[in-house]
Design a protein around this ligand. Structure first.
Ligand SMILES: [Zn+2]
Ligand SMILES: [Zn+2]
Length: 152
């Protein structure tokens, strides 16, 4: 009997390769952006790396991952400032496992207000056990250590 393929195709990988009907709001050699299928705010976009990185837990401190996340945030900010210029509040961040819905890293980019307003709970960091980490906080964790001052 045939078994199902061991690695089921990841939906976000398919979107990143443009093999779905999802409209890409942005695409470059590192990331793509598209609308969340189930928006929780006035504008709600996702920015994902083209490379399959499962979750924030797979990111490492250092220049490479720092640059990737900074770029994701840049793209999200640019899109929201273009499409929701009159929003007063924006929020950018990631769900941490086990609170993430899809195991392919994705940055939630929200132009508030939340619709409906109780959705805000899903995108608010609630301390160390919180399921959501703001992009700025994640960048703080990934920031490369300054080069050691040479003592020789
Ligand atoms: Zn993937
Ligand atoms: Zn998520």
């Amino acid at each position: 009997m045939l078994r199902a393929p061991s690695s089921s195709p990841c939906i976000f990988c398919q979107i990143a390769r443009s093999s779905t009907s999802t409209t890409l709001l942005h695409s470059d050699e590192k990331v793509v952006a598209f609308q969340d299928i189930n928006p929780s705010a006035f504008r709600h976009y996702l920015v994902i790396p083209i490379e399959h990185i499962p979750t924030v837990k797979n990111l490492k401190r250092g220049a490479e991952d720092f640059a990737l996340v900074s770029h994701m945030l840049d793209v999200g900010q640019t899109l929201l400032h273009r499409d929701a210029p009159s929003s007063k509040h924006y929020r950018f961040g990631f769900h941490q496992p086990p609170f993430n819905s899809v195991d392919h890293l994705h940055l939630h980019c929200l132009a508030l207000p939340f619709i409906p307003s109780w959705k805000s709970i899903k995108y608010t960091s609630l301390g160390p056990l919180g399921g959501f980490i703001e992009a700025e906080k994640l960048l703080e964790k990934l920031k490369p250590f300054p080069p050691l001052a040479s003592s020789m």
